[in-house]
Design a protein around this ligand. Structure first.
Ligand code: NDP
Length: 335
């Protein structure tokens, strides 16, 4: 309804309907419009930044209060006057949170060509979060076989994949997450070597020393704040920190300070942020790698799906309270 401060609430969003909209393209339209039936929405942590006014931290425009939320999703093309999209095709990319959409800006849309997987996977393992895990681990972490890897928010959309990529690569992998259920998933489903519930660790430094007696070579950073500070103390010389996100900071007006940054100097650590949208040219290569891994059962994937448009606001804000177990998806319509 308006820009927000602090933790988002469901009352910050409203679900409305408008029966006057005609689900048809204008007759003889030549403006390159597509009409979609939207099937799945993706809830992603970065969406929080779009709910606030632009600040120097913003890297993407804010939402317009009173207009539909926009996010990644999966949709079926019902009609098209765009030369690149045909009626009946499936797409994923940025779409409004609507049951049906008229899309003019098709620049983010990708066609779905592999349909022998659940379509919702294109909000996660085969979509933006999957690409994030892929680019972040293989390109930014510069992994070597046998290295030690720590992943925070490890059971989430990105984390569960990073951990599995690292295991397949031959690394020792430990993940942290915020509940017993998530820790069990990390150890028993995703094959992490170890996992712990950071909420039950009175001293994170002690916990990290328990799992990494010889230090961490690679930290895949998803949460920021105190976790980053304690990880810095436990990094090995010439370690790498891939800064993917810092969800613990997203609802704070001012970021928490980090005290141990000098470790970057004293241990010759490389800490590098990255944005997945700079790497989409790698998407075909990524699909070539990940599809066989899925089909051969070498990688597993957990989604947390809520049904129905009306449950989308709660699903989105649940991310900031750790309510999602796996990738948070909203199913709008099934085909
Ligand atoms: P997740 O599926 O992991 O969901 C978010 C999880 O974050 C929650 O389930 C919760 O898990 C954890 N969390 C929430 N609040 C806190 C907190 N205060 N402290 C610690 N953990 C918290 O999300 P994604 O996998 O989609 O995203 C993971 C990270 O990757 C985010 O930081 C996101 O912004 C970033 N990202 C970056 C991209 C890029 O291009 N750089 C692209 C995509 C994502 P738990 O119960 O374990 O606390």
């Amino acid at each position: 309804k308006d820009y927000i401060n602090g933790f988002p609430k469901t009352s910050d969003m409203v679900v409305t309907s408008d029966a006057t909209i005609h689900l048809q393209l204008p007759v003889n339209d030549d403006t390159g419009l597509i009409l979609t039936k939207n099937l799945y929405f993706s809830c992603d942590p970065y969406m929080r930044s779009r709910m606030s006014r632009m600040t120097e931290r913003s890297y993407i425009n804010s939402f317009t209060p009173g207009s539909p939320i926009i996010g990644y999703g999966v949709a079926r093309v019902l009609d098209s006057s765009h030369p690149d999209f045909k009626k009946g095709e499936l797409i994923w990319g940025l779409i409004n949170w609507e049951e049906y959409s008229f899309i003019k800006d098709t620049s983010s849309l990708m066609k779905i060509e592999h349909t022998n997987v659940p379509l919702s996977y294109y909000t996660g393992i085969l979509g933006m979060p999957g690409m994030t895990a892929y680019v972040g681990f293989y390109n930014i972490c510069s992994p070597k076989k046998g290295e030690t890897v720590f992943v925070s928010a490890a059971s989430g959309a990105v984390g569960q994949l990073v951990g599995q990529f690292a295991k397949l690569y031959g690394c020792y992998v430990v993940g942290s997450a915020g509940s017993k259920e998530k820790v069990d998933l990390l150890k028993n489903k995703f094959g992490f070597d170890e996992a712990f519930n950071y909420k039950e660790e009175p001293d994170l430094n002690v916990a990290l020393k328990r799992y990494f007696p010889n230090g961490i070579d690679i930290y895949f950073e998803n949460v920021g704040g105190k976790t980053l500070d304690e990880v810095l103390r436990n990094m090995r010389p010439h370690g790498r920190i891939a800064v993917c996100g810092m969800i613990s900071q997203y609802n704070l007006d001012q970021s928490e300070g980090t005290h141990n940054l000098f470790m970057l100097v004293s241990k010759c650590i490389r800490m590098e942020g990255f944005m997945v949208f700079e790497h989409y040219h790698l998407y075909p290569k990524f699909l070539e790698m990940i599809l066989p891994l899925i089909h051969e059962g070498k990688i597993t994937y957990v989604e947390d799906t809520v049904e129905g448009f009306e449950n989308a606001p709660a699903a989105l804000i649940g991310l900031y309270n750790g309510l999602n177990v796996g990738k948070q998806v909203v199913a709008i319509a099934r085909e």
